[in-house]
Design a protein around this ligand. Sequence first.
Ligand code: FAD
Ligand code: DLZ
Ligand code: SF4
Length: 511
Amino acid sequence: MKLRLILGDQLSQSISSLKDADMDTDVILMCELRTEATYVKHHKKKIAFLFSAMRHFAADLQDQGYTVRYTRYDDPDNSGSFLGEVKRALADTGATDVVATYPAEYRLTSEFDTWADTLDVPLELRADDRFLCSTSDFAAWAEGRKQLRMEYFYREMRRKFSVLMDGSDPVGGQWNYDAENRKPPKDGLKVPEPKGFEPDNITKDVLTLVEAEFSDHFGDLQPFPFAVTRIQAIEVLDDFITDRLPQFGDFQDAMIEGEPWMFHSHISFYLNCGLLDPLECIQKAEAAYHAGNAPLNAVEGFIRQILGWREYVRGIYWLKMPDYKSQNALNATRALPDFFWTADTQMNCLRQCVSETKTNAYAHHIQRLMVLGNFALIAGLHPDEVNEWYLLVYADAYEWVELPNVSGMILFADDGMLASKPYAASGAYINRMSNYCKSCRYKVSKKNGPDACPFNYLYWDFLERNGEKLRGNPRMGLIYKNLHRMSDEKRAAVRDDSQRFFRALDANEKV
Ligand code: FAD
Ligand code: DLZ
Ligand code: SF4
């Protein structure tokens, strides 16, 4: 009789730990834990989403005839940790073996690796097979390459899985249609309502629990529209494929005030906890293209995110951990400003993105990258603080995907391992891709002075401060040429404005 442990982000019936499960004898163990709910103070919605999805998954398994031992958060005997619950279950059930799938992140993997020494029964830890590229295949791909770039990895994945291929060539003749995915938002653009669900009794119980136990965590619990079952998650995916995918490509980078969901898919919550399978998402998008229901720039763009970026960042994570976490190539030291929690800032773009994050436990990619991330980069915020924030505020956040995006993609803390150059930008980018600047107290057209958009001078100050590190980067050559052409007077204005801004920020004044 085997005890089979399922973690909160392993909610898939085809997970390796369940592969040879015997319905008549085995016991499946799932547990809501203090350690997992508090290793960072996750957004209330994230905890509620996972607890509800776990309870629904357990109920599904039970309906199919499995024996599930489910520890609720408020069970008086809940030991609060995976090992404690495994030991308790072994003592109560007399199971002779423990089977688990390796956790998705380093923190727990290294803990699980010590269990064999403390358990009295054999432990079998199986590979995490929820991804399309195994960690060993990624390591083999990376071996011997001078530079790792997502684009080349992505092309191999397209070939390997025969996705959007025309023989050995990419469909349409190009691998990547990114250049067609940057349309600014146009006036009157109509964004479809996202698919949402009324909480059922299981979810209502969880919402009451989370309100009582995690009231001091960040974020709003209500409203709670998340899918919590595989069937609902598939509805979200199908809704995206018909309603949003056709325009996903054009407006992938666009931001509109009051439209947090735009034409994105909102499936990362479900992909990352196992309710959706990456290949089924890719294949549905590809089918929409072949049926003539979505254009190539949209379908390729969407597929690139899942088959390319998602697998790539996970590969980098396992290739480079644990050292990846402590990197700080730009020696950034500033503390995270309070407005990342309160949204109390006069910079409208940041106010909107933080407020939406607080309400939804979601922000789309360009908000995370070019508003919040861009500010974190050019203001020199410390990677540890920025990583902790991103890991706890988003309902799709797990370290394997959050850390490379934050330390690699936005902060350049990994010295260019993930991104070939820092994604620093002035207010002009935000103004082009959003309507945030229209209702901002600052003027995006002003470069200096108290009314100027802070992104404008902080951008040049960032380049100046990090010149030694970045000047030699071939992709930064033109930018540094422009910096050197700047008059001494203008450089002094940039420095003075930035110092004034940082003084106010560090003194916790409203900026
Ligand atoms: P869509 O735009 O519809 O994209 C489809 C899918 O592609 C996503 O669901 C996701 O699975 C995948 N994807 C897209 N971009 C990336 C990427 N850069 N890395 C990995 N997968 C990607 N994604 C997370 O899943 N968890 C995180 O914790 C996370 N943290 C991020 C932090 C920063 C600083 C940045 C810049 C990006 C982060 N991302 C993270 C990636 C991306 O922003 C989200 O996956 C996306 O916004 C989720 O929304 P969506 O499902 O509507 O995505
Ligand atoms: C994120 C999370 C939370 C909030 N709570 C639980 C939990 O109570 N029980 C559980 O099994 N998993 C939870 N998780 C997901 C785990 O943290 C996740 O499995 C690891 O971070 C590995 O990716
Ligand atoms: Fe953001 Fe600057 Fe635009 Fe204000 S003016 S919304 S601070 S980019």
